[in-house]
Design a protein around this ligand. Structure first.
Ligand SMILES: C[S@@+](CC[C@H](N)C(=O)[O-])C[C@H]1O[C@@H](n2cnc3c(N)ncnc32)[C@H](O)[C@@H]1O
Length: 184
């Protein structure tokens, strides 16, 4: 009410101008509220709810895709594998990781940490070794040459600078031995 009264005084009683100003001010306030508080919460709820259904449809493809991680782990000696997951969301991919996987999560939305921890509790043989609030374009929290594999699903479409992200991926990956690419 005080705001409407203020607008009314400023616009010297013009009803149309006052109402327009109130409408603009309300829209801006709503946009700010959405961007700073509601959007991240809404995204977490939406993705956490949709992930199981999407995952069920994609299960066969994902199993095939993530098979490579089991091979890499075997090549490393079969004990453990360090996986960096960019945009780990609610942890929908954890079920496909080999036992002994140590996951470094990079996530820009801190509200995903809770559903992520809930997902990992379903996979006792896999652990989150690090959880960082960071962006794919700047992963300085992860040491260079420190991870065996990088996973990212349904994330690159949201990344603003894909070149930077790929550069970061190359930096953190351990140098690959030639044997993995052997044609023999
Ligand atoms: C559509 S969800 C996918 C979640 C999960 N990867 C999956 O496949 O179910 C996209 C996720 O990437 C995160 N994300 C988006 N852009 C990012 C960025 N630039 N850096 C880090 N995380 C990002 C979002 O917060 C969200 O958790």
């Amino acid at each position: 009410m005080a705001v409407v009264f203020l607008f009314h005084r400023v616009f010297r009683g013009s009803r149309t101008l006052t109402l327009s100003a109130v409408a603009v001010a309300s829209s801006v306030a709503l946009a700010v509220l959405w961007r700073t508080y509601l959007m991240d919460r809404h995204t977490v709820r939406l993705i956490t709810q949709l992930a199981p259904d999407y995952d069920q449809r994609m299960a066969r493809r994902k199993r095939r895709l993530f098979d490579g991680l089991h091979q890499i782990k075997a090549e490393l000696g079969g004990e453990r594998i360090v996986i960096l997951e960019i945009g780990s969301g609610s942890g929908a991919n954890f079920q496909y990781y080999p036992d002994g996987a140590q996951i470094i999560c990079i996530e820009r939305n801190r509200l995903f940490e809770q559903p992520l921890r809930a997902s990992i509790s379903q996979r006792p043989a896999v652990e989150i070794s690090q959880f960082h609030i960071a962006s794919a374009e700047d992963m300085r929290v992860v040491a260079s040459n420190s991870v065996d594999a990088v996973v990212s699903t349904k994330v690159l479409c949201c990344v603003t600078d894909v070149d930077k992200c790929l550069h970061e991926i190359l930096r953190v990956l351990k140098p690959v031995s030639f044997s993995r690419f052997s044609l023999a």
